[in-house]
Design a protein around this ligand. Structure first.
Ligand code: MN
Length: 222
C-alpha cells in the first residue's frame, strides 16, 4: 500500500490529492487506506483500517480522507474488487466532460473495452462541490461503475478498480496514458481506430499474467 501510493504519485496519477485503498486481507468488511495525507508522503505508519461504513476501527482518531465513501461503497457493491484508486489525473478529465467516450486505443489499456462510464454527480444530486462526501454519493458512483474496471467522474477525475493492488495501480496508470494518447490521435484529425471488444478481451489475461513485471520495477523505483 505504501509503495502503491508512491508509485502513483511518481506517475502523476496522484498529486497532493487522490488515494488508493485495499480491502483488508483478513476481513472483507474492512479496508486499508492512508490517513488524510499527500500520497507521495505515505508510509506504512499512515495506514488506517476503515469499515465499509467508512468509520475508522480500533479507536483510530486520525483524520481520514473526505472522499473515503468512494472506497467503502465500491467494496460493498463489488465483492470481486480488492483495490481501488481514485485520481484527478489531468489527461482523463476532458473525457469526463466531453461527449467523446474514453476508448481503448492500445493493448495496454484493453481493460477499457469493458467500459468507462461517466458518473455525473449533478444528474443525481444537483449542484455540489463535486466531492464524494457521503454514502449516497458513493453508492451512486458505484452504480455508475457497474461491472467496469474504470468510471470517469465529470468535473472531477476517475476511479480504477481491480482484484489486487498491482492491477489497480496498473489500470490507474494506463487509463491516464490511454487518455493522453487518445487525445493525440484525435488531434491528428483523421479517423481514429480503436481496439474492438474482441481485441480488448484478449489483452486482459495477458495483463494479469505479466502484472508482476511492472510491479517489481515500479516498487524498485520508489
Ligand atoms: Mn477526488
Amino acid at each position: 500500500m505504501a509503495a502503491a501510493n508512491r508509485i502513483l504519485a511518481g506517475y502523476g496519477v496522484l498529486d497532493a490529492f487522490g488515494h488508493v485503498s485495499a480491502r483488508h486481507p483478513d476481513d472483507p468488511g474492512r479496508f486499508l487506506i492512508s490517513r488524510s495525507r499527500a500520497p507521495e508522503l505515505v508510509t506504512v505508519a499512515d495506514l488506517m483500517v476503515l469499515d465499509l461504513d467508512c468509520n475508522p476501527v480500533e479507536g483510530d482518531t486520525r483524520t481520514p480522507y473526505l472522499e473515503r465513501f468512494i472506497h467503502g461503497e465500491i467494496y460493498r457493491t463489488r465483492p470481486d474488487v480488492t483495490a481501488i484508486v481514485h485520481s484527478h489525473a489531468p489527461a482523463v478529465i476532458p473525457f469526463a466532460a466531453s461527449s467523446v467516450p474514453l476508448r481503448p486505443i492500445y493493448h495496454m489499456a484493453g481493460f477499457l473495452g469493458r467500459g468507462a462510464p461517466v458518473f455525473d454527480i449533478r444528474s443525481r444530486f444537483g449542484p455540489t462541490d463535486l466531492l464524494v462526501r457521503n454514502h449516497d454519493h458513493g453508492r451512486a458512483l458505484a452504480e455508475a461503475l457497474g461491472e467496469s474496471d474504470v468510471a470517469l467522474m465529470r468535473g472531477h477525475g476517475y476511479v480504477a478498480v481491480a482484484a489486487g493492488i498491482p492491477m489497480a495501480v496498473y489500470r490507474a496508470i494506463y487509463t491516464q496514458m490511454n487518455a493522453d494518447l487518445q487525445q493525440r490521435a484525435i488531434a491528428l484529425g483523421g479517423s481514429v481506430t480503436y481496439l474492438v471488444p474482441e481485441e480488448s478481451a484478449l489483452t486482459v489475461p495477458v495483463q494479469e499474467l505479466t502484472i508482476m513485471r511492472p510491479w517489481e520495477l515500479w516498487k524498485r523505483k520508489v
